[in-house]
Design a binder for this molecule. Structure first.
Ligand code: PLP
Length: 407
């Protein structure tokens, strides 16, 4: 197995989120899917933590917690997920995890066979690609289009894997809502066909609903788990709807799969204190108020990025970009003559951080040039500035590529 090249995780240091560069020049952070720091719920969490600890049984929250998850948080999740249509959600079909990152790791370990295959979208989420590769899974890519994963393409991929190896890939991982990195919504009309394709082929669909509640416009779409509760594993996170610092996520799956997945969880559970605090935020309606605030801000940030891109990278620039209806990311497709790694390095030297397409494919796989631009972290006026700089660098790179082709 090839080791992952340095890039996505290796380059991430939280301090880069706040620093200008050494010369004090401003930097623009479009690289990582971190929420805007000013939006994070400092007062709400302080209050919830204080009340959790001041309650008669507060001291118990400092002990090891319930290994299956905090009962109150599980109940609150059951209620929420059922409202999304996940009708099999129940305390015994749920697991609380350390962010959805741990959920992905557990899925790869519990469902994958070392040396076996799994399917991912292309471009795909690096957190999943890394978790799968570490487990020795070999990844098959199905390219996305503007409506997400195409059921016919998936069917073809599964059938040819079976023909080639005699086995069906263990599972298919996808992000139906506002995909990371492409920003696309899996078209509601494709969802039923996808669950049927997976069930017919005898493989499990793993849907990552991390961005499900961050819809800014466009249609509402049902989770795949609401269409086939037996063959779909749904997972999600509180990182984008509360904050990453609570490190809480979840998995909802068929009971026997939950028992299998649980074997790969944290031996002594997660923080009871943080689970209690998030439970209070949900129960008291603070969570919904925060969500409304997040949606309002991220919609404006999305608009700022799309407007700036339209202004500075019009037709003729060779670049095309998505207008996501939710989530955190815009995907910038570049002219095939451009090198995304070199463009990302040049942008970084100009103070703008963005991630090149190579990081969104299994290690060593060829891929068309593109950049992922996260609009979640910077305020809207800074987004407009950063995009202006990025567009200037891109035009310079395109001129260079043109000269090289002519010369
Ligand atoms: C699609 C997707 N899944 C999972 C994660 C991991 O989130 P966390 O571990 O913070 O829950 C992210 C974070 O950006 C993500 O974009």
């Amino acid at each position: 197995m090839t080791a992952r090249p340095p890039g996505f995780i290796d380059a991430f240091t939280p301090s880069m989120l706040y620093a200008g560069d050494a010369s004090g020049r401003p930097t623009y952070q479009f690289a990582y899917g971190c929420p805007r720091t000013a939006l994070l719920p400092l007062e709400e969490l302080k209050d919830a933590l204080d009340r959790s600890l001041s309650a008669p049984l507060g001291r118990r929250l400092l002990q090891y917690g319930n290994l299956n998850g905090h009962p109150g948080l599980l109940e609150a999740l059951v209620h929420r997920l059922r409202a999304w249509g996940l009708r099999n959600a129940a305390p015994e079909t749920l697991l609380i995890t350390c962010g959805s990152t741990q959920a992905l790791d557990m899925v790869c370990r519990a469902l994958g066979r070392p040396g076996g295959e799994a399917v991912t979208e292309a471009p795909g989420y690096p957190g999943f690609l890394g978790a799968a590769e570490v487990q020795g899974l070999s990844l098959l890519e199905v390219p996305l289009d503007g409506d997400g994963l195409d059921p016919e393409r998936l069917e073809h991929c599964l059938a040819s894997a079976r023909e080639r190896t005699g086995a069906v890939p263990s599972f298919v991982y996808l992000i139906p809502d506002y995909q990371n990195p492409a920003g696309v919504l899996l078209h509601p009309g494709r969802r039923q066909a996808l669950v049927e394709v997976a069930a017919r082929a005898g493989t499990v669909l793993v849907e990552d609903l991390t961005y499900h509640e961050l819809r800014y416009d466009g249609p509402e779409a049902p989770p795949l788990g609401s269409l086939d509760p037996t063959n779909v594993v749904s997972l999600g996170s509180f990182s984008k709807t509360v904050c990453p610092g609570v490190r809480l996520g979840w998995i909802c799956a068929r009971r026997d799969l939950v028992l299998r997945l649980r074997r790969y969880g944290s031996l002594l559970g997660l923080s009871a204190l943080l689970q209690e605090a998030v439970f209070l935020l949900i129960r008291e309606g603070t969570y919904d108020a925060m969500l409304a605030r997040y949606r309002r801000s991220y919609r404006e940030q999305r608009d700022a990025m799309v407007e700036a891109l339209s202004r500075h990278l019009g037709p003729g620039s060779g670049a095309r970009f998505t207008r996501p209806q939710g989530g955190f990311f815009v995907w910038l497709e570049l002219d095939p003559s451009l090198d995304a790694d070199s463009l990302a390095s040049r942008c970084e030297r100009s103070g703008v951080y963005a991630l090149p397409s190579r990081l969104f494919h299994p290690a060593g796989r060829p891929c068309p040039p593109g950049l992922r631009l996260a609009f979640c972290f910077e305020a809207k006026d800074r987004i407009a500035h950063g995009v202006e700089i990025l567009a200037r660098v891109l035009r310079g790179e395109a001129r260079g590529a043109g000269r090289a082709a002519a010369g």
